[in-house]
Design a binder for this molecule. Structure first.
Ligand SMILES: Nc1ncnc2c1ncn2[C@@H]1O[C@H](COP(=O)(O)OP(=O)(O)OP(=O)(O)O)[C@@H](O)[C@H]1O
Ligand SMILES: [Mg+2]
Length: 247
């Protein structure tokens, strides 16, 4: 009951303050009580994705900060656009451009939608592009896995374009104050689950290049042989920008 009331107040606030209408739940809240909505931005006539971080404003701040930084420095199509955010009020949230007609890479893989050599190579190349951007900006995403990569079909339906989402738990190697989120210092269980075991070198160490190599193997178990250049580039980046958590 309580959370429904909070949700209704939040939705009213979004409509009044930002003009978002027809806001509805996108998926159930997670264990940290993050809430997910989609709605319509009347002024722009566009669909928006809204993520609300319950009582963890520092997580909202982290997501907004990283997306802003990437937008400012790269203007890349590989990341969702941040349209609005508020991390100071009762409801810490970010509003993102809704990535239209996208499926998660996780779904694409389980439904065996990535068949052509062209698409496989294209995805490996884009993963390399994304990794380069992250490394250049000293960002460690920490949650690179197929569920956090959206695949958008290009205009002709044949192309596949990746969008990397979910910078909520990212860290920046520089400046040093953008490091571990305060609440995670006492939540080793969440840290241990972050990035999923099979996509990281060890329980408390994150290496985005390592994660992308694992994904490249899921796209094509023979990636090394079939796409030697793309594979080499990914593989040689392992160990270059890593983040380890001290206990
Ligand atoms: N900008 C967007 N456009 C379209 N869909 C999105 C967008 N951002 C997120 N989603 C969808 O919402 C889901 C959850 O978003 P996100 O990964 O950022 O949150 P999360 O709290 O990490 O959730 P999870 O624990 O499921 O990964 C994504 O898997 C994706 O399906
Ligand atoms: Mg996610």
């Amino acid at each position: 009951m309580k959370s429904t009331r909070i949700n209704n107040l939040f939705l009213k606030y979004l409509k009044k303050r930002y003009g978002y209408i027809n806001v509805r739940q996108y998926m159930p809240s997670n264990e940290l009580n993050f809430q997910y909505y989609v709605g319509t931005d009347v002024q722009r006539g566009k669909t928006v994705f809204i993520k609300m971080y319950g009582n963890l404003p520092e997580v909202a701040r982290r997501e907004a900060l990283l997306l802003q930084l990437l937008e400012r420095r790269t203007r890349s199509k590989y990341f969702p656009k941040l349209l609005a955010y508020n991390v100071k009020g009762k409801y810490p949230f970010v509003v993102l451009e809704y990535v239209q007609e996208a499926t998660s890479l996780e779904t694409c893989l389980s439904e065996r939608k990535i068949q052509s050599q062209h698409n496989k190579r294209q995805l490996l190349r884009q993963m390399n592009d994304i990794l380069q951007i992250l490394h250049k900006n000293k960002i460690i995403h920490r949650d690179i896995r197929p569920a956090n990569l959206l695949v958008r079909r290009g205009k002709d339906g044949k192309q596949m374009e990746l969008v990397l989402i979910d910078f909520a738990f990212s860290v920046l190697k520089h400046p040093s104050h953008v490091q571990e989120l305060a609440f995670l210092k006492s939540r080793r269980d969440i840290l241990e689950a972050l990035g999923e075991k099979s996509y990281k070198p060890s329980a408390f160490k994150w290496d985005d290049a390592y994660s992308f190599c694992k994904i490249a193997k899921e796209i094509d178990s023979q990636s090394q042989k079939n796409f030697p250049n793309e594979w080499r580039q990914l593989n040689s980046s392992i160990g270059k920008v890593v983040y380890a958590s001290k206990s």
